[in-house]
Write a protein that binds this ligand. Structure first.
Ligand SMILES: [Zn+2]
Length: 356
């Protein structure tokens, strides 16, 4: 039925027909391109977005939910699962899709709960069909290039047919990768995106110049303010993190005037940093943390012990700088040079205002 409605809409208004339908699967329209302007106000719709073709000749289908408010307003895009072992964001988007009434909303919310189906299938951070490089990372490939390599094609379709054309602002949801854990932690790169991050109310904001090819930085550089939101541990649904992120993103939508209600200010406990320093093991062995995630540390404070196979202490790892522990290893087996924790802190260097 949705497919028929969409087809009728496209036929009725060819000048606006940017959304390209390609059939349906179990009643869900398959699309090759999305323009949320084509969709009816006051509706919530599901799509399968065709992001390319797998090496066994089957389409890569990415789930999309569009909640289009009854009133006009800004377009917010929320994406999750670009790293396939980072799952909390998927549940956040499912909850927003189920919980927001389009009749009470202004503007358009586009939710993409699972950008990297091959990585999700194998619970890996990487984009697994591309064997041409040792570690293809889909979150370093934006804006991609249609007609390029397999991963460039996949990224290019996501970028130019789904994400970029429908975004006035965006949040890309992650967690730490296997064997490690984060606090609730946001990356921002400008005063505008710092404000977005504050509204989502993480434990820590890291002002960060970012990496080339990420969803966040490619959007921000293209004039669409975007943040990356990190939600704790990989390979699980953590209900506390999921609930906090849902509340924070709802608060952001209030600020954007997409939802009614009072905007909560940033929490007083928020820690803003502009630099991050790893504390590493210089010996291989069994690492035992002496402090929990989130601890405030002084310079040279002991933070972990590394023991040999018999349990004797080989070294005590200390904090290289005063700050806050925003990431820990959760796997005690460490190799020489491995990061045990990362510490965020605020560098007073004026050049570091938006990230060192
Ligand atoms: Zn990630």
């Amino acid at each position: 039925m949705r497919a028929l409605m969409l087809a009728a809409l496209i036929a009725a208004s060819p000048a606006l027909a940017a959304t390209e339908s390609a059939g349906s699967l179990d009643g869900v329209t398959i699309i090759d391109r999305l323009d949320v302007a084509d969709l009816a106000a006051g509706s919530s719709q599901r799509f399968w977005f065709r992001a390319g073709t797998s090496p066994v000749g089957q389409p890569w289908l990415v789930p999309v939910v569009v909640v289009k408010g009854a009133a006009p307003g800004p377009r917010l895009v929320l994406t999750a699962g670009i790293h396939g072992d980072e799952l909390n964001g998927i549940a956040v988007l499912h909850r927003l899709a189920a919980g927001i009434d389009p009749a009470r909303m202004s503007g358009t919310l586009t939710l993409v709960p699972g950008l990297n189906p091959p990585g999700l299938l194998q619970s890996t951070r990487q984009w697994t069909p591309d064997w041409s490089r040792s570690a293809p990372n889909l979150n370093r490939e934006m804006p991609g290039r249609e007609g390029g390599s397999a991963i460039a094609e996949f990224a290019g379709r996501l970028w130019s047919r789904l994400i970029r054309p429908n975004a006035d602002s965006a949040v890309d949801l992650h967690t730490q990768s296997r064997g490690t854990a984060y606090m609730m932690y946001a990356f921002a790169s400008t005063p505008r995106t710092r404000r977005m991050a504050e509204l989502v109310a993480p434990d820590i904001i890291k002002m960060d110049k970012g990496d080339k090819g990420t969803v966040e930085n490619t959007l921000t550089d293209d004039g669409v303010p975007a943040i990356t939101l990190e939600l704790g541990r990989p390979e699980m649904f953590d209900e506390v993190m999921i609930g906090r992120a849902e509340a924070g993103l709802t608060n952001l939508m209030r600020e954007l005037k997409m939802l009614p209600g009072k905007v909560n200010p940033a929490p007083a406990s928020l820690f803003v940093a502009n630099d991050i320093i790893p504390a590493r093991a210089s010996k291989a062995g069994w690492a035992r943390l002496l402090l929990p995630l989130g601890s405030t540390v002084k310079k040279d404070q002991p933070i972990a012990e590394v023991r040999d196979a018999f349990g004797a202490v080989l070294e005590t790892v200390t904090a290289p700088v005063a700050g806050r522990i925003n990431m820990i290893t959760t796997d005690p087996r460490v190799s020489q040079g491995d990061t045990i924790v990362r510490i965020v802190w605020w560098s007073p260097d004026p050049a570091c205002q938006n990230g060192c």
